[in-house]
Design a protein around this ligand. Sequence first.
Ligand code: ADP
Length: 311
Amino acid sequence: MSNTVISIKNLNKSYNGFKAVDDISFHVNERECFGFLGPNGAGKTTTMKVIYGKALYDSNENTAVDIFGYNPKDKFLDIKALSGIVPQQDNLDIQLNVRDNLYVYSKFYGMNKRTAEKRIEELLSFMELTEKSKAKVRELSGGMQRRLTIARALLNNPRLLLLDEPTTGLDPQVRHLIWNKLRELKEQGVTILLTTHYMEEAYQICDRLLIMDMGKKLLEGSPRAILADNIEKYVIEIYGVCKQDSSCTGYLDEAGIRYEFHNNTLFAYCNDSQKLAKAAETMNESDYHIRPSNLEDIFLKVTGRGLNELQ
Ligand code: ADP
């Protein structure tokens, strides 16, 4: 049986009467990578901030928040001592070089010089920054700054690593490198909680997910189970189809194939990909693409919007 690191029941957080987090419950097991997936404004960061005590949740008799047995309302320092935090914006000291950014933080943790130096070397090597150890932060690429922020969060050997949008704005190569590092950390026994609006990130690295929108939980489970339980296996995207042209959708209606229009594209869903190919043929459409369905399709199905689309 795995131990529970985070247990949240009926969490609410309001800002001036506006509900940023609306009755969310979930738990995270030790050595698990758990993700909040949702668009901007879904309440992901706020939920994460509650966990490490940076935001105070609303008082409500049904609410219970337990992180390593501590309530962040009054025990946030105990939680911080066991956690590493990677905020959405890198807040490194741009005047200092790479190594000194880590060294300054080691002082906050009360590490002695020898222990700090050893740990810093290990982390620079782990995050592939050894060659940059003497470079000023402002000389680093965005991807290197992110890796340094992650290294800094690992200084105290945290049992829980919290990452808010760890790869937003980074190119695919750095994104993959960071995913691999997070997988390695999980192997080493670190529990990981991250927020993301990239469905690929959620699918690739999370053992379980909570899909959120407008402060509410939509779905929870492993990426595979969420897909298997909530959507057909395949989707066809047919481009440039007019919503008003019912001749296009006649076959789909007859065959009982679910479909919807989104941004001038017809999306039709079915467990049998050959039926979808037949649909395109019958409709005389050549501009189409058949693919396995993904978490973005589920978000569209449940909310009527794309994950990275403005409301
Ligand atoms: P996400 O991380 O999913 O993008 P956030 O948790 O940052 O979402 O925000 C959820 C909602 O709460 C948004 O509508 C945001 O504008 C609002 N919000 C977040 N922080 C504050 C704050 N400090 N004051 C007022 N509103 C806030």
